[in-house]
Design a protein around this ligand. Sequence first.
Ligand code: 5AD
Length: 347
Amino acid sequence: MEKAAATSSLARDEILTLLLADMGSAEIVFAAADEARRHEAGEEIRVRGIIEFSNFCRRDCLFCGIRAANSYIQRYRLNEDEILGICERIRTLGIGTVLLQSGEDSEYSSDAVCRLVKRIRENLGLEVTLSIGERPAEEYRAMKEAGAEHYLLRHETADSVLYEKLHPELSLTERIGCLEELKRLGFEVDGGSIVGLPGQSIRSLVSDLLLFKSTKVDMAAIAPFIPARGTPLAFESASGRLGRSSVFSASDKEETVAEFVLKLMALTRLLLPKLQLSSTSALASLLPRGREIGLRAGANVVMINFTPAAYKEMYRVYDDRICTRETGEEAMESLKKLADGLGRHVA
Ligand code: 5AD
């Protein structure tokens, strides 16, 4: 721990040792991460307003509730004016960045995305983060030129065999290629991983952390896996929430996954002190007070959901999302209260 705090550099096995520490010792890791967060990122909690503008997706990722083959969900797509209207609400609340997210929706062409980004930049002055999956390099370039500053693309798992099992037709190498291309184009890149996937090993969780380092992401989100209705992994975990996982056995409680998420977040803060680190909505959905606990384990970023209520239910990447319980305005209010309680403030 002292080595981590002093040098921000640990070998794979040292990270593993800290990851396996019991919760008693983990408290020390959380406290050190909180201190590093205070020192490097200050008391500001950065907010991004998210609009999930389409749940059409051509991919079939096994863990994800909006996969193409999930016929249980209704599909929707917001148009440009609807998105602009929501952006105005986001700006009214004083939030400076909008995150536009969708499935891999081929109907939203590069031209359409670029036009949308330009309108948001020119009319509202909001910063734009795009999260629309894997696209050809020339499309990424056009979106950057249109004014998008950030791009969110999670690698999900650094275990290439598991990656290919969970993402039909995709490969980890290609995903990392996209992250590298985005960096080359000058985007600020938001990466991320999922913890608790069936078949995931603890060793690979260390690789996730090291991948954040090697791809030089500017921000990371480490989310717990939450099964989604209508997916193969929901079926697999029917007898126990997490199914046949080599790390997280069927008898594991959600708390076990949450603990690993929190330890990984804290270690990520310690080893990459300057990184923006998200206290994810998945963690807040899984764990009562999850948002707060994440913010006390190294995180300094929160996403607030502004997808219209009617569509939130359809953008069910996992079940029982916290955002379906409140509007963006309400979530912003409770975040401000939470920040007050922590002696921090919302930026
Ligand atoms: N559990 C947790 N996170 C998930 N995502 C998709 N499906 C799940 C799931 N079952 C995450 C992906 C994606 C983000 C929008 O949601 O990491 O990037």
